[in-house]
Design a protein around this ligand. Structure first.
Ligand code: FES
Ligand code: FES
Length: 171
């Protein structure tokens, strides 16, 4: 069967088998391997992508069900060379260790902040409650999402002072 969808702003049309899962379509057909594949049983949440702005576990969605919809994967979070504030937050607050859960966590965070720009810590924990971090980094993940909520325009561009330049030269 033929399916068409918009992925990260690009329209794609492919012939697929009807039984293909969205996670495999994204990873194997489109080679967008930032979407991870973990449990394959709707438990871990590492495969989360956004479908029309809502987080979905792509191991639980047939690619055919995404026909005509808009999908965002982690590769579509940044705006050109500018990271999404959520991505910046994970950097600032060390929201990842091995990084396996990170793409799904960041997409869930993006959807949360799009609907609730100022979530309480408990609301953040509820939002990511369907996702597992095997590195048990939940405290830093929550802080990362809080950072993004507090910096909706992202971090201010870094400025190079004469002091820092001098330090770099003599380092
Ligand atoms: S791979 Fe989809 S929930 Fe684990
Ligand atoms: S950072 Fe390793 S699973 Fe979450």
């Amino acid at each position: 069967m033929q399916i068409s969808m918009t992925i990260n702003g690009t329209d794609v049309t492919r012939e697929i088998e009807p039984r293909v899962l969205l996670v495999h379509f994204i990873r194997d057909d489109l080679r967008l391997t930032g979407t991870h594949w973990g449990c394959d049983t709707t438990n871990c949440g590492t495969c989360v992508v956004l479908m029309d702005g809502q987080p979905v576990k792509s191991c639980t969605v047939l690619a055919a069900m995404a026909d005509g919809h808009t999908i965002t994967t982690v590769e579509g979070l940044a705006h050109g060379a500018t990271l999404d504030p959520v991505q910046q937050g994970f950097m600032e607050e060390h929201g990842l260790q091995c990084g396996f859960c990170t793409p799904g966590m960041m997409l869930t965070a993006r959807a949360l902040l799009d609907h609730n720009p100022h979530p309480e810590p408990l609301e953040i924990r509820e939002a990511i409650s369907g996702q597992i971090c095997r590195c048990t980094g939940y405290a830093t993940i929550v802080r990362s999402i809080q950072w993004a909520a507090e910096h909706p325009a992202g971090a201010a561009p870094e400025t190079t002072t004469s002091e820092s330049t001098e330090h770099e030269v003599h380092a």
